[in-house]
Design a protein around this ligand. Structure first.
Ligand SMILES: [Zn+2]
Length: 659
C-alpha cells in the first residue's frame, strides 16, 4: 500500500513530467517512450533464436529480376504533395533493433525492395511503391495490367517505370483480381474511360466485383476507415519505434483513389479469355480473401497468379479494421484447388502482394503450406470449440504448428493465429461464448468505474498495473490500466502507463497490423486523436457506382430518430439522369427506402442522381440547388428538410483507445 505522500508526489510528477523515468517508484511514471523494456528485448531475442531468420531464399526471391527503380525522391500528386516517399524504409537495414519483432523486421525488409522486376518471360511486377503489387503481362501489342495499385499517382508512376524501361506500349487490358481498393484504385492513373471505349480495352474482374467494391465499405465505411488509420499506421512516422510496414506490403500511399467499373465480370473455374494474344484461365475464389476474387493461370507461360488468396503471409480471416468475417475453410479449399489443378503445371506463382516463388517444387510447397495454415486455424478452432472452448479459450489453446517455423509465408505478419481463430469462432458461433454473465454485460465505461472502485481506486489499480508491467505481463497490464482509462479518461498517469504498455506489445508483435494498431493506440493516448481535419466524405467515382437503393440504405443508417419530430411521411425521388424513382418512408424510428414512388407522398423531389451524390458528399446543399433550380420539390419542402436534418454526419476521428 502506498502512502498518501507518495500518491500526491506521483500525481504531481505525472502531471509535470509524465514520460520521465522515475527512481522513486514504478508507479510514478512509465519508462520513456520508444525504448524496449528488458522483457521485450528478451521476447524478441528468443524469437530470433528460435526461427531460421538467416535463410536467404526469400531475400533472393525478393530481389530477383530487378530491372529498374524509380530514381526520384518521391511520387508526387498533381499539386505537389508527397504520395509516396522513396525510399521511406531505408532504415530497415542490418539486424532488427530491440524495438521491432525480428521476424516482422525481416518481412518488412523483404517487402521494402522496390522497382520493376522481371518475373518470367513477358511477366513483370512493380513492387515497393504501394501496399500492393502491380503485375504487367506483355501482350501482342501492349501491356495487360493486373491490379493497378491503390492510387492514380502510384499506378501512373509504376506504368511510367515500365514504359521507360521496356519501351512504351499502350494498355490493352486491365484485370482487377478482387474488390479491395488497393487493387483497382489506381485505374485512372493508367487509362481513361474515353481510351477504354475508343480502343475497346477489356477490364475484367471477378463476378460480384462492382457490388462488392462499392458496397462493402459504404454503410460501415466511417468506422472501418477510422480503424484502418490505426491498423495501417497512417499517422505514425516510419521508424524503428513506429511504422515499419504492414506485413502485407510497405504501407498505404497518400493519393487519389479512383474506380473504373469492369467491362466484364468473370465467373466459374477454368473460364478462358484471350486478351491481346495471351490466354487467361480464371479460377473463381469468391468469399476467400474478398467477397469477389479470382486467381488465374497463364498456360502459355506456365505461371499461376494467386491474387491475394495465397501471398507471403498468413492473411486475415477478420481484419482488425473490421469487415464481414471470411471463410477459412473455403479459403483453404480454394488454394487446394489451384494446387491440385495447376501445381504441377506452374514454374512460377506470383500474387498481388509480395514477391513470386519460382520452381515447380517450391510452387507446390508454397501452395500446400498456404492451404494448410488456413485449414489449421479452422480445424483447430472447431476442435477446441466442440470440446467446449469459448472464443478466447480456443484462441489461447491453438499453438504454433511446427511447419510455421520454416514456412515464413504462413507466419502471422498480417493475420495472426490468435485473431484468426477468434474469427473462425465468430463465423460459426457469433461473438458470444455461451457464458450467461457475458451475454448482457455492462458497457465498459460503467463496469470499468466499478472495477476501479472495487480494486481500491485509481492509484491502487495503477500500482497493480505497474507491477504487471515491471514483470513483462503486458496483456494483464493493458487490461488493468484500461479500466482506469475507461473509468477516468482524464487520468493522464493511467493513459501514459497504458500507452507504454501498448508500446511494448507493439514492439513484440510479429504482425505489422498489430504493431501499427498498438503503436497508434499509444500515440493517441499520449497526444490525443490526430487533429488533421475530416478526410473527404467519399469519392464521386465510388458514389456514382452505388445503386440508388444501397445509397438510400446508407442514408437510413445515419438516421437519428430523436431529430425527427414529424409524424410518419413519405418523400418521393425522381432522378432524371438515370430514370429511377424511389421513395423514403419516414417512420417512427427508421427510414425505409423503396423502389418506386407513392401517390400520397408529403413531398416529391426531382433532380439528377449526379447532383444528389454531390449533396451526399457535402459539396452542395439542397437549399443551394433549390435556389439554382436544380432541385425541384413538389409538396411540403419542410418534409424534405426534415429528412436531411435528421441524418447524422459522423465524425471521422472518433476516439478508439479512450471512451
Ligand atoms: Zn490487397
Amino acid at each position: 500500500m502506498r502512502t498518501l505522500g507518495l500518491t500526491i508526489c506521483a500525481l504531481i510528477l505525472a502531471s509535470c513530467a509524465p514520460s520521465a523515468p522515475s527512481s522513486a517508484s514504478n508507479t510514478t511514471a512509465p519508462p520513456p517512450a520508444g525504448q524496449a523494456t528488458v522483457p521485450t528485448q528478451q521476447a524478441n531475442a528468443a524469437l530470433a533464436a528460435r526461427l531460421p531468420l538467416g535463410n536467404p531464399s526469400d531475400q533472393t526471391d525478393a530481389e530477383r529480376g530487378r530491372l529498374a527503380f524509380i530514381d526520384a525522391p518521391a511520387i508526387l500528386s498533381a499539386d505537389g504533395n508527397v504520395v509516396w516517399a522513396i525510399p521511406q524504409f531505408e532504415f530497415l537495414n542490418g539486424d532488427a533493433p530491440d524495438t521491432v519483432n525480428p521476424s516482422l523486421w525481416r518481412q518488412s525488409q523483404l517487402a521494402a525492395h522496390h522497382g520493376l522486376f522481371e518475373v518470367s518471360d513477358g511477366i513483370y511486377q512493380v513492387r515497393g511503391y504501394d501496399l500492393a503489387v502491380m503485375s504487367v503481362i506483355e501482350g501482342d501489342t501492349g501491356w495487360i495490367i493486373v491490379d493497378p495499385l491503390t492510387t492514380t499517382e502510384t499506378a501512373a508512376a509504376a506504368l511510367k517505370l515500365v514504359n521507360d524501361t521496356l519501351g512504351t506500349r499502350p494498355v490493352t487490358g486491365i484485370l482487377y483480381t478482387h474488390s479491395h481498393a488497393d487493387h483497382f484504385g489506381g485505374a485512372r492513373g493508367i487509362i481513361s474511360e474515353e481510351d477504354i471505349t475508343a480502343r475497346s480495352v477489356p477490364i475484367l474482374a471477378p463476378i460480384g466485383f462492382s457490388t462488392s467494391a462499392v458496397s462493402e465499405n459504404l454503410i460501415a465505411g466511417n468506422h472501418m476507415s477510422r480503424r484502418s488509420t490505426l491498423m495501417f499506421g497512417n499517422t505514425l512516422p516510419r521508424s524503428a519505434t513506429a511504422h515499419i510496414g504492414s506485413g502485407l506490403g510497405p504501407g498505404l500511399p497518400n493519393g487519389t483513389v479512383s474506380l473504373i467499373l469492369p467491362t466484364e465480370e468473370i465467373s466459374g473455374r477454368g473460364t478462358i479469355r484471350v486478351i491481346d494474344g495471351v490466354t487467361f484461365e480464371f479460377i473463381d475464389a469468391a468469399g476467400t480473401e474478398a467477397p469477389a476474387e479470382f486467381m488465374f493461370y497463364l498456360p502459355e507461360k506456365r505461371a499461376l497468379c494467386t491474387a491475394e488468396v495465397a501471398t507471403a503471409t498468413f492473411h486475415n480471416i477478420l481484419t482488425p479494421r473490421g469487415a464481414k468475417v471470411r471463410d477459412a475453410l473455403g479459403w483453404s479449399r480454394a488454394i487446394d484447388h489451384v494446387l491440385a489443378e495447376y501445381g504441377d503445371k506452374s514454374d512460377v506463382v506470383f500474387a498481388s502482394h509480395h514477391w513470386p516463388t519460382w520452381g515447380a517444387e517450391n510452387v507446390q510447397t508454397f501452395l500446400s503450406d498456404q492451404r494448410d495454415i488456413y485449414r489449421y486455424v479452422h480445424d483447430q478452432t472447431l476442435r477446441h470449440a466442440n470440446s467446449g472452448a469459448t472464443m478466447f479459450e480456443a484462441a489461447e489453446a491453438i499453438e504454433e504448428p511446427a511447419f510455421q517455423t520454416e514456412a515464413f509465408n504462413t507466419r502471422g505478419y498480417y493475420g495472426t493465429l490468435n485473431h484468426n481463430s477468434k474469427a473462425v469462432y465468430q463465423h460459426y458461433f457469433g461473438w458470444w461464448g455461451g457464458v450467461p454473465a457475458d451475454y448482457n454485460k455492462l458497457p465498459h465505461e460503467v463496469s470499468a468505474a466499478r472495477y476501479v472502485a472495487a480494486m481500491g481506486g485509481p492509484e491502487a489499480v495503477i500500482d497493480l498495473g505497474a507491477k504487471a508491467f515491471a514483470e513483462g505481463d503486458y496483456r494483464w497490464a493493458a487490461e488493468v490500466f484500461n479500466h482506469v482509462v475507461f473509468a477516468a479518461p482524464d487520468n493522464k498517469t493511467a493513459k501514459d502507463w497504458l500507452a507504454a504498455t501498448y508500446e511494448q506489445i507493439g514492439f513484440q508483435a510479429e504482425s505489422g497490423a498489430w504493431r501499427s494498431y498498438y503503436l497508434t493506440g499509444a500515440a493517441e493516448l499520449r497526444r490525443g486523436v490526430p487533429d488533421v481535419g475530416n478526410p473527404g466524405l467519399g469519392n464521386k467515382d465510388f458514389l456514382r457506382a452505388v445503386p440508388s437503393l444501397d445509397l438510400f440504405d446508407a442514408m437510413a443508417a445515419r438516421f437519428d430518430p430523436a431529430k425527427m419530430t414529424h409524424e410518419p411521411f413519405v418523400v418521393n425521388f425522381t432522378f432524371t439522369d438515370t430514370g429511377e424513382t424511389l421513395s423514403l418512408h419516414l417512420n417512427k424510428a427508421v427510414i425505409v427506402p423503396r423502389e418506386g414512388t407513392v401517390s400520397d407522398a408529403a413531398a416529391s423531389v426531382t433532380t439528377t442522381r449526379a447532383l444528389f451524390d454531390q449533396v451526399i458528399l457535402g459539396e452542395t446543399s439542397v437549399q443551394t440547388e433549390l435556389v439554382r433550380g436544380n432541385f425541384t420539390i413538389g409538396g411540403d419542402i419542410g418534409a424534405v428538410s426534415a429528412v436531411f436534418q435528421s441524418l447524422d454526419r459522423a465524425e471521422f476521428w472518433f476516439p478508439v483507445v479512450t471512451p
